[in-house]
Design a protein around this ligand. Structure first.
Ligand code: FAD
Length: 397
């Protein structure tokens, strides 16, 4: 019996505890957070105290040691309650801690990973620039070598957690002529370093609890101990983090789908038109059936990918080319399907609510605004389709 789709008793207990925590600490503040467009500092602090900012990090580095499966269980539960909290945890954990765990030296893990996993310091990840979005190798922030130090100058944009983070995993060009193959390096930049400044914070359609910040680097001087991984290999660091991020984004989208389906189901059983609950109409029943099909399929995809990443381990040097390729294809498939299914399901849930679904403050209205970005960030879905199809052409199915 090689296939077992069940969670362990410990994983189920973790999910139950997380669900209770989120209902108590997060659910009550979400509507106001969304309306006021405020970073939810108090609930984030509570999550940090519970260890939820270090779920997949091994205990020896201050985390809960629950792997990607445990991490996805948590993000699925968060996704049911609020997408902003999911992005805050995801930007910190998938994109901030993964690069340090996978590529950091022992000294870097002690200095940056342990406090991050314990929830004492918040991380962000900064790849995007005004001229470098999907073409992420076209980074123009310059990292110039001066003796054994580096001097970083440039502008980054759209950084989740950028306003609040203590440290940013930041990609800069050590040789812009070389591009992604040898020309981009990952740095650990503490936000209190001289020359580092947070610029404009974007007003957004959704995700009102998150900051999306511009970062300005004006001759930020860093010692050699701030280089993460090898000089020129920053693109590998970023792509490894994004593979983790894409699966965890899938888990949060799954939670969003399940919550929207629950809202739609309940509403359709209570709303009466033409003398009947609208759940009696086949047009509504078919929408609900389509939601259930997507939730069921996505659950299998997300946890298959998470378990796969747990089996591969956290040492990229140990992976074969084939293992890397399989992991990347699978992550892109999860991200693409999850984000599109979440948009579709939430759209249909809003439709089932009729006019009420369009009224500011209903959960489904907020979910509709929050969900759309998942088709864009962590690589647009067009880019995911490029990744999938290129691998398909190279390796076959
Ligand atoms: C709320 C929010 C949070 C974010 N958080 C972060 C973060 O924490 N860290 C970070 O580094 N970045 C972050 N981003 C940036 C995000 O990852 C980028 O916006 C995204 O990768 C797309 O880049 P772009 O906006 O420059 O669009 P562009 O790359 O300019 O793309 C525009 C359009 O062209 C399409 N396109 C581009 N190239 C191709 C191609 N070769 N083939 C087909 N279609 C193509 C795209 O799919 C898209 O539809 C965030 C963005 C937002 C809005």
């Amino acid at each position: 019996m090689a296939i077992d789709f069940s969670f362990t008793a410990d994983q189920e207990a973790f999910r139950t505890a997380a669900r209770a925590f989120l209902q108590k600490e997060v659910a009550p503040i979400v509507a106001e957070m969304d309306e006021r467009e405020e970073f939810p500092a108090a609930s984030v602090r509570r999550m940090q105290e519970e260890g939820y900012f270090g779920i997949p990090i091994p205990e020896q580095y201050g985390g809960l040691g629950l792997g990607k499966v445990g991490y996805c269980l948590f993000l699925e539960e968060v996704g049911k309650v609020d997408a902003s909290h999911g992005v805050i945890v995801g930007a910190h954990t998938s994109l901030g801690t993964t690069p340090i765990l996978y590529y950091g030296t022992e000294e870097q893990k002690r200095r940056w990973l342990v406090p991050a996993a314990k929830g004492e310091r918040l991380l962000a990840f900064s790849l995007t620039e005004p001229g470098s979005g999907s073409d992420s190798g076209a980074v123009r922030t310059v990292a110039e070598k001066k003796g054994d130090h580096w001097v970083l100058t440039g502008n980054k944009i759209y950084v989740s957690n950028g306003r609040e983070a203590h440290t940013v995993v930041l990609l800069a060009g050590n040789d812009v002529k070389l591009g992604p193959n040898g020309g981009v390096t990952a740095f650990l930049v503490d936000t209190d370093t001289a020359g580092f400044k947070v610029g404009r914070c974007e007003k957004k359609m959704g995700l009102h609890g998150t900051s999306t910040a511009e970062l300005i680097l004006d001759h930020v001087e860093l010692g050699p101990d701030h280089v993460l991984g090898e000089v020129g290999k920053g693109f590998h660091v970023a792509m490894t983090a994004l593979d983790v991020g894409r699966v965890s984004l899938g888990a949060a989208s799954l939670g969003g789908i399940e919550a929207a389906m629950g809202e739609a189901l309940q509403f359709s059983q209570n709303r009466t038109q033409f003398g009947l609950p609208i759940s009696e109409f086949q047009a509504i029943q078919f929408k609900l059936a389509d939601m259930a099909m997507r939730a069921q399929a996505l659950r299998l995809l997300v946890y298959h990918a998470a378990a796969h990443q747990d089996r591969l381990g956290t040492d990229p040097r140990a992976w074969t080319r084939l293992e890397r390729a399989e992991k990347t294809r699978e992550s892109s498939i999860v991200k693409c399907l999850a984000s599109e299914w979440a948009s579709e399901v939430i759209d249909e849930a809003l439709q089932i609510h009729g006019g009420l679904g369009y009224i500011r403050g209903t959960p489904v209205e907020r979910a509709y605004r929050d969900a759309r970005i998942s088709e864009i960030f962590e690589g647009t879905n067009e880019i995911q389709r490029l990744v999938i199809s290129r691998d398909l052409i190279a390796r076959g199915w």
